[in-house]
Design a protein around this ligand. Structure first.
Ligand code: GDP
Ligand code: IMO
Ligand code: MG
Length: 422
């Protein structure tokens, strides 16, 4: 048995939650290894509809263990609410949810700073989710973070908070914000911590001692939001790639055998930054409405565009995809023509994604191939043979352009609406 990593291949919201929920039935352990509650993974199954932000989307397999590993950063209130939501839906979590004490905590000043930096940047803002993600990771790498482990000794937590507030309150004041009161923060956060404490335990053995079982590593966001390889500075703060899973989950690289890229059948993006195949016409509006493209975390309208094979080819290479899962095929059901971007040109020359910085990427011209649509419903189809001929052609075109086999095709938001291609 070996571990599988699942990665979002575009700018997030590819439908990872749906695919993870489906795959969790065949998994023993599901691990979140990076990011925070900037992620919003929608799961729709027999328990109901859930927007998962921190707890792995695989939590719904009652036999599996769910792990929030060290690479993840945690908003205690969001986590508490998510635990409450699952309990209310009668999803058992006791004895199945494990949270690493190494996880850094998103503190109130991180959320404030996220907003203040965005405001200061004005029209050049990143368009963050406002969840304090960048400032929390910045504190992590500059040795100023507060981890769950720190809360176990009240004195340690108190002292660390005091040090941080000494600095953060000066910054907050300079940016026109009221300083935070130490006692208030300490009490509120300690209270939240106590609710989560029973789940916190070093998770290294949970993963390492079970390497003979089926482990599913749940990626968040998408490749082009990666801090190194995304469209910097319009990215997120963590390493999104399959390589990040080894450090973020504490798993040796040789144990990762399968890498699944989740790929939306078209492209979407939330927040600022370049998007070569973005549509500003009626087709874009149709994708938004048919795909219900509004953010799971912030409710913002997602920008929509055609499928971009240049991006997915790069994602496949850098992550080492062994297979891809196509989602939201049904959203394309009503188009008479569908375009696929085969590559880019810049000033008349063919260019590749990896050679471009964000400013250049915003200027490239997509080179399109036009395919015929299928103009019939694929919603809920579960067998490849039942797909319309032109939908099969579209999938084969993607496979040919990307050079990786398609193993799953999602035809609706529900767990059961999926085609397995063997
Ligand atoms: P994630 O962040 O990658 O997990 O994706 P989100 O949950 O943020 O966004 C994906 C949206 O598409 C959610 O509303 C899902 O319920 C929905 N979805 C997932 N797969 C499909 C599909 O195959 N067809 C349709 N129509 N919706 C889907
Ligand atoms: P899931 O896991 C879509 C985007 C934000 C913004 C940029 C930086 O649901 O696919 P941040 O709050 O991380 O500092 O914002 O990254 N972003 C996402 N967009 N889906 C996500 O997660 C995202 N996580 C971050 O919109 O552009
Ligand atoms: Mg999402």
């Amino acid at each position: 048995m070996a571990a599988t990593v699942l990665i979002g291949s575009q700018w997030g919201d590819e439908g990872k939650g749906k695919i993870i929920d489906y795959l969790s039935e065949k998994s023993d352990i599901i691990v979140r290894f990076h990011g925070g509650n900037n992620a919003g993974h929608t799961v729709i199954n027999s328990f109901g509809k859930f927007p998962m932000h921190l707890i792995p989307s695989g939590i719904f397999n009652k036999k599996a263990k769910a792990v929030i590993a060290n690479g993840t950063i945690i908003d205690l209130e969001v986590l508490k609410n998510e635990i409450d939501l699952l309990r209310k839906a009668k999803v058992s979590i006791d004895g199945r949810l494990f949270i690493s004490p190494r996880c850094h905590v998103i503190m109130p000043y991180h959320k404030l700073l996220d907003r203040l930096y965005e405001e200061a940047k004005g029209k050049n803002k990143t368009g963050t989710t406002g969840r304090g993600i960048g400032p929390t990771y910045a504190d992590k790498v500059s040795y100023n973070g507060i981890r769950l482990a720190d809360f176990f000794d009240k004195k340690v937590f108190s002292q660390k908070l005091e040090t941080q507030l000494m600095v953060k309150n000066k910054v907050l004041k300079a940016l026109g914000e009221k300083p935070l009161n130490k006692k208030d923060v300490e009490e509120e956060y300690y209270k939240l911590f106590r609710k989560i404490k029973p789940f916190i335990k070093e998770v290294f053995p949970v993963v390492f001692n079970n390497l003979n079982k089926k482990i599913l590593l749940e990626g968040a966001h998408g490749v082009f939001l990666d801090n190194d390889w995304g469209t910097y500075p319009f990215v997120t703060a963590s390493t999104v790639l399959s390589g990040g899973a080894t450090a973020g989950a504490g798993i040796p690289p040789q144990k990762i055998e399968h890498v699944i890229g989740v790929v939306k059948a078209y492209t979407t993006r939330v927040g600022s930054g370049p998007f070569p195949t973005e549509l500003f016409d009626k087709n874009g509006e149709t994708l938004t409405s048919e795909g219900n493209e509004y953010g799971t975390t912030t409710g913002r309208k997602r920008r929509c565009g055609w499928f971009d094979a240049e991006l997915i080819r790069f994602a496949a290479k850098i992550n080492g995809y062994t297979e891809i899962a196509i989602t939201k095929l049904d959203v394309l059901d009503n188009f008479s023509e569908i375009k696929v971007c085969k590559g880019y040109s810049l000033k008349g020359k063919k260019v590749n994604y990896e050679d471009l910085v964000a400013e250049q990427l915003s200027k490239v011209k997509p080179v399109y191939k036009t395919l015929k649509g299928w103009k019939s419903s694929t919603k809920g189809i579960t067998k490849y043979k039942d797909l319309p001929e032109n939908a099969k052609k579209y999938l084969r075109e993607i496979e040919k352009e990307v050079g990786v086999k398609i193993s799953l095709v999602s035809t609706g938001a529900d767990r059961k609406q999926i085609i397995e291609i063997v």
